[in-house]
Every structure is written in C-alpha cells, then in structure tokens.
Design a protein around this ligand. Structure first.
Ligand SMILES: *Cc1c(COP(=O)(O)O)cnc(C)c1O
Length: 376
C-alpha cells in the first residue's frame, strides 16, 4: 500500500487523550481524595510540594492557583513595588509582563537572541535607576544563558525572578531551571509538561523568607494560627489537583521528559538536511542545556503555507501567543517600539505537535510531511 495517501490525524494537543490514557489511576486518586474529603491544603498538597522541592533540589515549593499568580506572589514576596521596572523577553506569554503590571510595576521588554530566548547582551542598555529585577523566561523547555543573566543581575544589584512556567525538568549546566534567582514560578496548565486537569502552579524558592511570605499571600495573609499578618489573596493549588500531579510526577524524568526528548530526536532525524527549517537544540547536544521540550518551536520558510499544508494533512500546529511578541500588542502601550529579532522571529515561528500522547509514527508522519512540503 502506498503511504502517499495514508492520512493520520495528529492534533497539536489532544486534551482528552492527555488524561484519559490514565483515567483508571486518576479515578482511584479521585476516589481516595473524595473519600477523605480532602480538598483544601491537605496532605496531598504538602506531599506534592515536598516531592517537587526535592526534585528541583531546593528548600521550598509552594502550590498556587496558577503560574501567573505564582509570578505575582514571587514579585510581591521579593519586595518589588509599584513603579519598579522589571526586564522581560518580548517572546513570552503576556502572563510574564502581566504579573509585573498586576502589582503596579513596569514591565520593560527586551529582544531575544538567536535561540529565541532573552538576549543577555541587551540587558544593560535597558537598565535604568528604576530597574529592580530581571525576569528571564525559560521558554519551550529550554533555559536562557543564565551565567550571563546572573552576572548582569549581580553587577547591577537586580533580583532575578524566573518564569519557569514551561521548564519543569530543564537544566542549565546541571542546575534545574527555576532555581537560579530568588524565586520562580512553574505552571501545571493541562498542556504544560506536567499538567493537571485545570489550573495550577507552584512557586519555587530556596529563600525561607520568600517561601513564608508566599505561603501567607496565597492564603489571605493568614499564618498557621489563623492570624492575619498581611493583606493577601486566595491562590492555593487545589489538593485534588496536587494529588493528580503527584501521581504523574512519580517517574517524571523517565516517563514524561524522556518521552518528549525521544520525539525531539525523531524530529531531528527526519528533518536533518531540510534547509528551510531551523530546529531547536538537538536533545543529545546537552553540555549546556538539558532541554525538556515543552514545545518544539521551529523557524520555517513560507511558514503560513507550511501551516496550511500540514493542516490539510491532518496535522495541527500552533503559532505561539497568537503570532505576536508582547510589545506588538497595541493595547499594551509600547507604541512604536521596535525589537527587530523578535519581530522577524514571529514571521517564521511555528510549533510542531510535542506531547507524550504522540507515537513514534505520529512524530515521523509530522516530520516527513514537513519534508515533503519543501522537497516534494
Ligand atoms: C503558561 C505560561 C504562563 C502562565 O501559566 P498559568 O499557569 O496558565 O498562569 C506564564 N508564562 C509562560 C511562559 C507560560 O507558558
């Protein structure tokens, strides 16, 4: 049989399959948690937090409502105040600068480097006397050039708050993404590397004071005795979601991260020599960056035509953030600011399907179809 006409459907992300493959195990967890009536801040949350902190090699992981809240709480706990400036890379979800704006501080966009991440060489030019922090974004499961970012931060006495929403499991020179600055935030949105069945996030920190403050802030400013010691809000990770996360977190590296890396390897093998595309780091090229492949974001010639062709062949793709860097959203007030590399990047970027529901055959089909688009 000819493979020419073989069609396969590979959605960009299959929300149903991502969780229904383990439905029996999730159902057991559900029955256990409901059987105990354990919904808010119970042992499942504490256990998951401990497992997460151990995995990352830090003292504290604090479950929060979502990673955006997590960033807000990091900023507040670190003492960032209204009017302070925080540098962020313009290729990111609007949540990163949105968290800065949420506390009345000023998010200042910085252009990206050739890897698509915050360009450390551009930081100093954006620093003013009001700059208080740098927010590197560990995008796509990769990690920024943290040596250079940390050295700029040290030189100018700036705090570093990482947006590690997409980077659980990624490492830079052996050190876990999310453990570089004073605090970081991780997301458990369903399509993230470790996803729950709704919203969820965690703040990661080695700093006892920050951890204590975030625990207060996420629970109405109440301490363990119920005494209100500061203004707070409600942003707790649901105990049930923590239990679902903990189930998937057992064996995380060997199941979830390694599976994503295996898919990246297939994409690299099948797309080798296709000059019209630029791929993210090869998984075996890991002296500096151990990539967790939250996304497989490529740059491609004739991007829009490629996207349509893949769609016709049953393959779903996504262009991140609705196709714009943050500073390009008119309503956000960056006016005519030009950040040339990010703008050029957004003419070419597209993400291929990348998640653990893909079979090897799915991944090969995607890559071969990309190759066919260019080479016939
Ligand atoms: C998903 C994401 C967030 C927000 O995470 P939520 O848990 O949905 O709030 C922030 N930053 C980046 C880079 C993300 O990808």
């Amino acid at each position: 049989m000819s493979t020419e006409t073989a069609t396969r459907t590979v959605p960009f992300f299959n929300y149903r399959k991502a969780f229904s493959d383990r439905l029996d195990e999730f159902t057991q967890v559900f029955q256990d948690v409901v059987g105990r009536g354990a919904f808010i801040a119970q042992k499942d949350l504490a256990e998951f937090e401990q497992n997460l902190a151990n995995y990352l090699g830090v003292k504290h992981a604090v479950g929060v409502g979502n990673a955006t809240d997590g960033l807000v709480l990091c900023l507040r706990a670190a003492g960032i105040q209204a009017g302070d400036e925080v540098l962020f890379p313009t290729h990111t979800m609007v949540a990163s600068p949105g968290s800065v704006a949420a506390i009345g501080a000023i998010p200042v966009p910085v252009d990206i480097d050739e890897t698509g991440l915050m360009d450390p060489a551009l930081l100093e030019a954006s620093i003013t006397e009001r700059t208080r922090a740098i927010m590197p974004v560990q995008l796509n499961g990769s990690v920024c050039d943290m040596d250079r970012i940390m050295s700029v931060a040290e030189k100018h006495h700036l705090l570093v708050i990482e947006d590690a929403a997409q980077a659980l499991g990624a490492k830079y020179k052996g050190k876990a993404a999310g453990t570089f600055g004073i605090a970081s935030s991780i997301s458990f949105y369903p399509a993230k590397i470790l996803g729950c069945m709704g919203d969820g996030g965690a703040v990661i920190t080695d700093n006892d004071d920050v951890a204590k403050k975030v625990r207060l802030l996420r629970d109405h400013g109440r301490d363990e005795d119920g005494e209100v010691v500061c203004w707070g809000l409600n942003s707790r990770l649901d105990n049930l979601q923590a239990a679902f996360l903990d189930l998937q977190f057992r064996d995380y590296d060997d199941t979830i991260v390694s599976r994503r890396r295996a898919i990246a390897r297939i994409y690299h093998e099948e797309l080798r020599g296709v000059e019209q595309v630029h791929l993210p780091l090869h998984p075996d090229n890991q002296e500096t960056i151990f990539h967790a492949y939250q996304n497989f974001e490529i740059e491609a010639d004739s991007r829009d035509e490629l996207r349509n062709y893949l769609k016709e062949q049953g393959i779903g793709t996504l262009i991140q953030w609705g196709g714009k860097a943050v500073h390009q959203f008119k309503a956000l007030g960056y006016g005519d600011l030009k950040l040339a590399r990010a703008e050029a990047f957004f003419e070419r970027c597209i993400m291929l399907p990348m998640n653990i529901t893909l079979s090897d055959e799915d991944a090969r089909y995607v890559a071969v179809t990309v190759r066919k688009f260019y080479n016939g």
